[in-house]
Ligand binder design. Structure first.
Ligand code: UDP
Length: 456
């Protein structure tokens, strides 16, 4: 009898990482691969709390957990301290976990580790134990091509040995790709300057782990960015990863989704509502939050706005005086939304987004134009694709006080709706994305070869 193939899937413990890996894991399970999904204990507790009993019953994955080592320093879970700690404790914890699983499940031992490149060192555990190694890159391929270019950037004097840009010149990885501004490099973004060396070392670890994997999965489709894909050895684009079918889409989210917004959307005219959501980690100052609220009001459009309880520097925001009263009826605010269902809704006209890669792929898959307000990491470079390469959105500009003003918000919303082509281009990309995941498409074929590799 054939050995049942059994994959251990290991995401980095953050929402934007767990979401795509859990989607991929559901897909693997529907192709007959047994999947064990490993979260940190802290994250697993959140996921279980947000899952309904029905969800838990139907979940085709076995959920297991390991300690992230931060039980006595929980405050570090929101920062880079998490990665630092995981690097120290995860290899041993995962090795123990695999041995435990194999012991309790000796007829179906783990045969493969599928690890997020953000915790790519876990693949060393797979090497040590003689298991198959697959990496997952949950961001865009261009941002993975970058670490592969680090040696060349150092050699040509564009950055120094610590990743610091030398001079202000724009960085060109390939003629066909948008230029990188030095402040867009993942490790030298202004929001993270104090951690530049640490993040530069993380980028080098990502490259090393990608080289250690037999396959590097990416949530994109080949035709969307063939030039970046061509720069990454063993890349297998399998996206856009589909929403989890036949199951409540809350599986894998850290907070309960407020579905009242769906019935609210049902009552709105077609193509009339701006969906405003900035992912799981973006924060604003109270002053900037007020400008955003007033900009939405000034636009005169209806809006569905995700306002997390920690969106203003980690705390609940205060709204401008009487804002909620003035926008009653045309504004709906929720703490966490079923984003993919919203983007698929015909009442949604555009996506006001921070341009996280998952949000980018989700908006693109549903043909929704973007209003872009990147906050950190890869989001600035993703914005360049949205606005300059795919031409499906507009970007907001800061004023001389470092603020995005209410007037800027209103103007860009007006321009997005009156501008030619944004919706047409977005619908064209949506069709291309569909083709790639349907039978015969590039992502479909790539997923089939992944299954073959896992079953071989
Ligand atoms: N998301 C959601 N509900 C919300 C806001 C976001 O389900 O109200 C999901 C969204 O669909 C996406 C993920 O959270 O899959 C955010 O990932 P992304 O890469 O866009 O941003 P990050 O949170 O990593 O900054």
């Amino acid at each position: 009898m054939d050995l049942q193939q059994h994959a251990l899937v290991v995401p980095c413990p953050a929402q934007g990482h767990v979401t795509p890996l859990i989607k991929m894991a559901y897909n693997l399970a529907s192709h007959g691969i047994k999947v064990t999904f490993a979260n940190s204990e802290f994250i697993e507790a959140k996921i279980l709390a947000a899952m309904s009993d029905e969800d838990k019953k139907q979940c085709p994955l076995r959920l297991v957990s390991y300690s992230d080592g931060l039980e006595s320093h929980p405050e570090q879970r929101n920062g880079l301290g998490l990665i630092d700690c995981l690097k120290k404790v995860m290899p041993d914890n995962l090795e123990k976990l695999i041995k435990q699983i194999n012991h309790s499940d000796n007829k179906e031992p783990i045969t493969c580790v599928i690890a997020d490149l953000a915790v790519g060192w876990t693949l060393e555990v797979a090497s040590k134990m003689g298991l198959k190694k697959v990496a997952v890159w949950p961001a865009g391929p261009a941002c993975l091509a970058l670490p592969f270019h680090i040696p060349k950037l150092i050699e040509t004097g564009v950055i120094d040995e610590n990743g610091s840009p030398i001079g202000n010149e724009l960085i060109c990885l390939a003629e066909e790709l948008p230029l990188w501004n030095s402040s867009e490099l993942i490790w030298s973004s202004p929001a993270n300057l104090t951690a530049q060396k640490f993040l530069f070392d993380c980028s080098l670890s990502v490259k090393q782990a990608a080289e250690n994997a037999s396959i590097v999965l990416c949530n994109t489709y080949y035709e969307l960015d063939s030039f970046s894909c061509a720069m990454i050895p063993n890349i297998l684009p399998i996206g856009p990863l589909p929403a989890i079918k036949n199951l409540n889409p809350s599986s894998g989210t850290f907070s309960s989704q407020d579905s009242t917004c769906l019935s609210w959307l049902d009552k709105q005219p077609s193509n009339s509502v701006i969906y405003v959501a900035f992912g799981s980690t973006t924060v604003f100052s109270q002053k900037q939050f007020n400008e955003l609220a007033l900009g939405l009001e000034l636009s005169g459009q209806s809006f569905l706005w995700v306002v997390r309880s920690n969106i203003v520097n980690g705390s609940f925001p205060e709204y401008p005086n009487d804002f909620l009263e003035r926008t009653t009826g045309r504004g709906k605010i929720v703490e966490w939304a079923p984003q993919e269902e919203i983007l698929a809704h015909t009442s949604v006209s555009c996506f006001f987004s921070h341009c996280g890669w998952n949000s980018t792929m989700e908006g693109l898959s549903h043909g929704v134009p973007f209003l872009c307000w990147p906050y950190m990491w890869d989001q600035f470079y993703n914005k360049k694709y949205i606005c300059d390469v795919w031409k499906i959105g507009l970007s907001l500009e800061y004023d001389e006080d470092g603020m995005i003003s209410r007037h800027e918000i209103k103007t860009k919303i007006d321009n997005l709706f009156s501008g030619d082509g944004f919706k047409t281009n977005a619908l064209k990309l949506m069709e291309d994305a569909k083709k790639s995941v349907n039978e015969g498409g590039s992502s479909y074929e790539n997923f089939e070869s992944l299954i073959k590799y896992l079953k071989a």
